[in-house]
Design a protein around this ligand. Structure first.
Ligand SMILES: *Cc1c(COP(=O)(O)O)cnc(C)c1O
Length: 426
């Protein structure tokens, strides 16, 4: 059995499997009685305590949670019975800020405690992970972050968010796909020589410190829904636009801890490996295809193993609690248009998958929440092309746009990546 510290610092287990919490502790009923009167960090601290409380002193954990959550995650009514959980008010305007910031603070706590040599964080990104992790770790002493991203396959705005930072952040522009980037990172963790010479860890959602904190906002969403509906017995359907399945897995953990959720919906774009799995019982990874919801362009979701584990490997048990949906780019575009015209709510392409999957899955009498995972301005060109109207860019994003891109070119050959790391990270 591994300690939390080992799970966070190493990222992957020695057998290359994913770390899972040994047990999932239900939260006391009293917590749910009082949740309506608590603010976001307070709720999050209770959840964090259940996950991490035995491994970190309470005051330290509290500080990590409060430092992480210095922005709001409001629940907004979009249409009768449909609510959007806006996860895009953090520094990089996407939900991964929560996990990125929490992990940076937790890792930094462990490094200081142990007096470790420099830790090198490797992160593969299809767009949003890189920016959230890079911004979360920016300036954190003792840690260097290498962001691997597929050349030409992330939006300008996404690219600027991790290539303009400098300091302890290096962007590697890989001549390949996201899956190639992910494969390079996985190979690095499996390479004996690299691991002997360097301290390496992963900041992809395989790292527990990044994916578990994502459970925080499911609880906060529930608290807000109770206030907004005035219904203390509400049990929402929760819909999550999914790629690597870290976000929804955190929600499934939340449910195990007692959070009232009627069921989950996993929304896919055309990369619908999970949707097909639900239909057939067969998990068939395949190369990802590019879509306008590019943060969900994942051909082999790394957290699928955790979903399986959570349900004892039973397809029937998974399908009883999670349904799926899949949309192509034209359907995503049509949804953005329809919701803008009908509700005057601006969706981003990922949230559009979430909204539509929820709307199509809700039965009479049900209330639903979809996770709006990114600000629409992060996909400005796409959204403007769909609506034919300008999309306003928030000041936070404009500041990134003004920065100068700096990246290192990289091939998709592991030998090149390895040679680079041995020189650069030493
Ligand atoms: C990362 C991301 C997703 C997918 O989340 P997973 O945890 O990988 O399933 C969805 N939408 C946006 C905007 C993202 O950045």
């Amino acid at each position: 059995m591994a300690s939390l510290e080992e799970a966070v610092v190493k990222g992957l287990a020695a057998d290359r499997g994913l770390f899972m919490p040994q047990e999932i502790k239900p939260l006391p009923l009293a917590f749910f009685d009082h949740i309506g009167g608590m603010d976001f960090p307070e709720i999050a601290y209770h959840v964090a305590d259940a996950f991490f409380g035995e491994d970190i002193p309470a005051e330290m954990l509290k500080q990590i949670v409060y430092d992480t959550l210095n922005f709001d995650v409001p629940l907004v009514k979009v249409r009768e019975n449909i609510y959007s959980l806006e996860l895009f008010h953090g520094p990089t305007l996407a939900f991964k800020d929560v996990g990125g910031r929490f992990m940076a603070r937790l890792l930094s706590h462990f490094i200081r405690k142990e007096g470790k040599r420099q830790v090198n964080v490797l992160v593969a990104t299809s767009g949003d992970t890189g920016s959230a992790v890079a911004n979360g770790f920016l300036g954190v002493e003792g840690i260097h972050v290498y962001v691997l991203y597929p050349k030409g396959k992330v939006s300008d705005i996404q690219e600027k968010q991790f290539t303009t930072l400098g300091q302890n952040i290096t962007a590697l522009e890989v001549d390949g796909t996201f899956d190639d980037c992910q494969a390079l990172v996985k190979s690095a963790f499996m390479d004996a020589e690299l691991n002997a010479r360097l301290e390496l860890t992963s900041a992809n959602s395989i790292n527990v410190a990044r994916f578990l904190p994502q459970a925080f906002y499911y609880f906060y969403a529930y608290a807000q829904l109770r206030s907004l509906t005035g219904d203390a017995g509400v049990s929402p359907v929760v819909c999550v636009p999914s790629g690597n399945f870290g976000n929804i897995t955190a929600g499934l953990f939340g449910k195990r801890m007692g959070l009232p959720v009627k069921r989950f919906v996993a929304a896919n774009n055309r990369n619908d490996i999970f949707y097909q799995y639900l239909k057939t019982g067969d998990y068939q990874p395949r190369p990802s295809v590019a879509t306008i919801a590019n943060a969900m362009d994942v051909g082999d979701p790394s957290n699928f193993a955790r979903v399986l584990d959570l349900y004892g490997g039973s397809h029937a048990a998974i399908a009883a609690e999670v349904s799926g949906a899949t949309y192509d780019d034209a359907q995503i575009g049509a949804t953005i248009r329809e919701v803008w015209q009908h509700d005057h709510y601006l969706l981003d392409p990922h949230g559009a998958c979430g909204f539509r999957a929820l709307a199509e899955s809700l039965r009479p009498g049900e209330t639903g929440i979809f996770l709006e995972t990114a600000h629409p301005a992060k996909f400005k060109d796409t959204v403007e092309g769909i609506l034919g109207e300008p999309v306003e860019i928030p000041a936070k994003l404009q500041a990134f746009m003004a920065g100068e891109k700096k990246s290192e070119p990289m091939t998709k050959q592991f030998s090149d990546f390895k040679a680079y790391l041995l020189t650069a990270a030493n």
